[in-house]
Ligand binder design. Structure first.
Ligand code: PHE
Length: 335
């Protein structure tokens, strides 16, 4: 027959086990089996509750309250240890996952447009604001569009300069964008107002201002009543808009089979003494207008072919045309 003293003794044992064994537990699995051993449905404390029925009736109330206190104490102690363990675990995780926010970040460099693309797009946008349309033509061009239609017959000495890089007997890499004039005029009737950007090829030896691969923007305006005065106005408005104040422009006489009269245009950067030729230009030759089916008595026109590399050299103060193509990052990242 159990009595209160025996119960007290058992309670004291459990008390001691709680105090000794709990702090030694370090992992959640160990803690869980400890909890089952003491607080489970068939655990040691539940076993003591079963003894209540065997205790003298007058002592049962006291036994009940002693056991309730034990159960409460054990439950709290297990919960407290559980929290301690998870705090330790958290600290370990924080230590191992520590991020040094003072380290430099990982970043990707943004690319940007090549200076030639910047200049070409700017030329396009200036002329588009003036009401010009954009047109393009093939880089592999026919002899007809590149020469004959531009009033350069097979035996003409002007061919020599452009007579280069043939693909077969009748096709060549275009040495200028002027054949696009022919293609545009054959497709439309006046008024015509276009700019035609594109890559060109010549057998020029490479030096500071020449490259066998380069870019031009062609301009063509054909309408009733246009004269050289209009061409000069357009050129002045354009160079002023593109370069801003301080740049000087000069015209001199030139010869192109497809313009009459013909001029070349030079520009000088502020503070520089060097004039750089940026384009050939002129009034469209009546023979060209006739070739495309226009009436040279009814309409006149003018055109130019602008060197994009040279515009960029003047704008950015670049001394050597070759730097555009060498892909040297020290150069290219400056724009
Ligand atoms: N196509 C000529 C060249 O490349 C330039 C030019 C274009 C001249 C239009 C007059 C008119 O040199």
């Amino acid at each position: 027959m159990a009595n209160l003293d025996l119960l007290r003794k058992r309670i004291a044992e459990i008390d001691r086990d709680l105090a000794e064994r709990l702090p030694a537990l370090t992992d959640p699995a160990g803690l869980e089996s400890f909890r089952v051993e003491f607080l489970g449905r068939k655990g040691r404390i539940a076993g003591l509750f079963k003894l209540i029925g065997e205790i003298d009736p007058e002592s049962r109330a006291e036994a009940g309250s002693l056991l309730n206190a034990l159960k409460k104490k054990a439950t709290e102690a297990v919960a407290a240890r559980e929290k301690e363990l998870s705090d330790v675990h958290l600290e370990e995780r924080l230590a191992s996952e520590r991020v040094d926010v003072t380290l430099p970040g990982v970043y990707r460099k943004l690319g940007h447009l090549h200076p030639l693309t910047i200049v070409q797009r700017e030329v396009e946008s200036i002329f588009m604001r003036m009401g010009f349309d954009l047109a393009t033509g093939p880089e592999i061009e026919t002899e007809y569009h590149n020469f004959e239609a531009l009033n350069i017959p097979a035996d003409h000495p002007a061919r020599d300069e452009w007579d280069t890089f043939y693909i077969d007997d009748t096709h060549l890499l275009r040495p200028h964008t002027s054949p696009v004039q022919i293609r545009v005029m054959k497709e439309t009737s006046p008024p015509v107002r276009v700019i035609c950007p594109g890559r060109c090829y010549r057998r020029d030896a490479q030096d500071a201002t020449h490259s066998p691969v380069f870019h031009q923007v062609e301009m063509l305006w054909v309408e009733e009543g246009l004269s050289l005065t209009n061409l000069k106005y357009v050129l002045e408005a354009f160079t002023k808009e593109f370069f801003g104040e301080g740049y000087e422009m000069r015209f001199s006489g030139d010869f192109f089979p497809f313009t009459e009269p013909s001029v070349q245009v030079h520009v000088k950067a502020p503070g520089s003494s060097d004039w750089l030729e940026i384009m050939g230009a002129g009034m469209v030759d009546p023979a060209v207008l006739t070739e495309v089916g226009y009436d040279p008595e009814a309409v006149t026109g003018f055109a130019f072919g602008l060197g994009v590399e040279r515009m960029a050299m003047l704008r950015y103060g670049i001394g050597d045309i070759r730097t555009f193509l060498t892909n040297d990052l020290r150069f290219i990242t400056q724009f």
